[in-house]
Design a protein around this ligand. Structure first.
Ligand code: PGA
Length: 248
């Protein structure tokens, strides 16, 4: 039985004051979230604050990105060892906003995935198709290509201790959620593809769904066989919404 993971991706949001309030409310309400593993991914600069606020709790935290490099002349970058230095457990890599807005391609994403693992972080590898790709009937090709870049660089075994987040680009921040069956179909495709290479890895890997998950739709999504939790954007900025998803 795979554990359910609910990870909040705060994106470029928050202030010191907002985050103290948000974490306070999450900690106060997280008592009845059962076995669900909860994580939050703040902007880099707030990681030390989040680390302090969460100390002694079971809630994990991570980054929204990670450098493909470890150290050196790479202005503006934050490396995996720096993130583990501050207690991060996870690093999101290949989020569609990084891919689309910052031109991060499959190969670069794969190098970030590798860098996260080298540092002892669990990568949360985001994959997913655009609306044009879905309409063209190439969703599976796109997702397979995104996965293959990582498998080619790191090998299939590397996915066994990673997290994959299927995030259809058309569902991110749009209020348009994939139906549970639409999401399940792609999750099953991902697991099936991995099973073709290594059944143990396929059984073990957590596959999250992301894209307009809310308290009101989380339960039906998480009830699907191959959906092991969610990567939550907008709703993770509201403690009540986020906790409702964690309880689902
Ligand atoms: P959303 O974002 O929940 O606001 O749609 C999800 C994500 O981008 O990870």
């Amino acid at each position: 039985m795979r554990q359910i993971l609910v990870a909040g991706n705060w994106k470029l949001n928050g202030s010191r004051k907002d985050i103290v309030g948000l974490i306070g409310r999450i900690l106060a309400g997280a008592g009845d979230t059962g076995d669900t593993r909860i994580a939050v991914c703040p902007p880099f600069v707030y990681i030390p604050l989040v680390s302090e606020l969460l100390s002694g709790s079971k809630i994990a935290y991570g980054s929204q990105d990670v450098s493909d490099q470890e150290s050196g002349a790479f202005t503006g970058e934050v490396s995996g060892p720096m993130l583990t230095d501050f207690g991060c457990s996870y690093a999101i890599v290949g989020h569609s906003e990084r891919r689309a807005l910052y031109a991060e391609d499959d190969a670069f994403t794969a190098r970030k995935f590798a860098a996260a693992r080298r540092a002892g972080l669990t990568p949360i590898l985001c994959v997913g198709e655009s609306l044009e790709e879905r309409d063209a009937g190439i969703t599976e090709d796109v997702v397979a290509r995104q996965l293959d870049a990582v498998i080619d660089l790191e090998g299939i075994a590397a996915l066994g201790d990673a997290v994959i987040a299927y995030e259809p680009v058309w569902a991110i921040g749009t209020g348009k959620t994939a139906s549970p069956q639409q999401a399940q179909d792609v999750h099953a495709f991902i697991r099936g593809k991995l099973a073709g290479l290594d059944k143990g890895v396929a059984d073990k890997v957590q596959i999250l769904y992301g894209g307009s998950v809310k308290g009101s739709n989380a339960a039906e999504l998480f009830a699907m066989q191959d959906i092991d939790g969610g990567l939550i954007g907008g709703a993770s900025l509201q403690a009540d919404d986020f906790l409702a998803i964690c309880r689902a």
